[in-house]
Design a protein around this ligand. Structure first.
Ligand code: ADP
Ligand code: ADP
Length: 233
């Protein structure tokens, strides 16, 4: 069954002015789903409800078929992972950052995730490898590196669905291509729900959900949707 489902979800920051107005969709257990739509359509708000920063005013959010509001927060955290646009690092070492939120991780698993996210090369060049202190909110690392560290951390915690707010926003084209490959690999193991601003992200998604004025107005593959009249506008 689907890993995540929104059923007729209504929500307003001010309950008299709903921002989500009957959102419904379901996310299969594998693959990439892109959320697209104009600014202010409600994409970030959908993320906020998926993460349980808010509960719906009406309707339900389900995880593995269970109403998310009945799932303990500790368990919820291991189902839904988040990679934000900005990924500040903890003050500890790279290892501390990667293992934050992970329960039991083997050395092999760490090596696999580092390779998958392209971090192994970075770690080989650091004086103390994984034990290099991050310091200063990780500003010694580039935006692309912090992004990959955030994705690696998320993977090591083994959530069933990962939410990513335009993961390629701050990347150069090379890093963007590399990250696209990483996400493709990752999506063979878990579900990705991605707020997509860039066409490249939309094009490589397995499924696209169009959000407009607080509703899902179309769903399908990018190719199928682009053949429909009025799509995106
Ligand atoms: P998108 O991510 O598609 O750009 P958002 O979910 O950020 O859309 O915003 C949807 C609507 O909700 C907008 O009208 C926005 O102004 C409003 N909104 C977003 N976040 C807040 C907030 N924290 N408090 C009040 N209104 C908000
Ligand atoms: P940034 O992504 O900010 O440019 P780096 O300068 O460390 O970070 O990137 C070094 C190289 O690693 C880049 O040329 C990029 O193409 C490559 N790279 C980025 N992400 C990945 C990845 N997920 N897997 C493999 N290589 C990657």
């Amino acid at each position: 069954g689907p890993v995540m489902e929104f059923r007729d979800v209504w929500f307003g920051y001010d309950p008299t002015r709903p921002v989500l107005r009957g959102v419904g969709f379901s996310i299969p257990a594998r693959g990439q789903t892109a959320l697209v739509g104009p600014s202010g359509a409600g994409k970030s708000t959908i993320f906020a409800l998926a993460e349980r920063f808010y509960e719906p005013d009406h309707g339900t959010v389900l995880l593995h078929g269970r109403e998310s509001r009945f799932i303990p927060y500790s368990r919820h955290r291991s189902v839904v992972g988040l990679v934000d646009q900005d990924n500040p690092l903890l003050a500890g070492t790279l290892r501390d950052n990667l293992l934050y939120g992970a329960t039991s991780v083997t050395g092999g698993e760490i090596r696999r995730v580092l390779a998958m996210t392209g971090l192994h090369r970075l770690i080989e060049t650091l004086p103390n490898g994984l034990d290099t202190p991050v310091g200063d909110h990780g500003r010694r690392f580039s935006g692309g590196q912090r992004q990959r560290i955030a994705i690696a951390r998320c993977l090591l915690a083994e959530p069933d669905v990962i939410l990513l707010d335009e993961p390629t926003a701050h990347l150069d084209p090379d890093s963007e291509n590399a990250l696209a490959e990483t996400l493709h690999e990752v999506s063979a193991r878990c579900a990705l729900l991605i707020i997509a601003h860039r066409f490249s992200t939309i094009r490589t998604a397995d499924r696209v959900l169009v959000v407009d004025e607080g509703r899902i107005t179309a769903a399908g593959t990018h190719d199928a949707l682009s053949q429909e009249d009025g799509y995106y506008r």
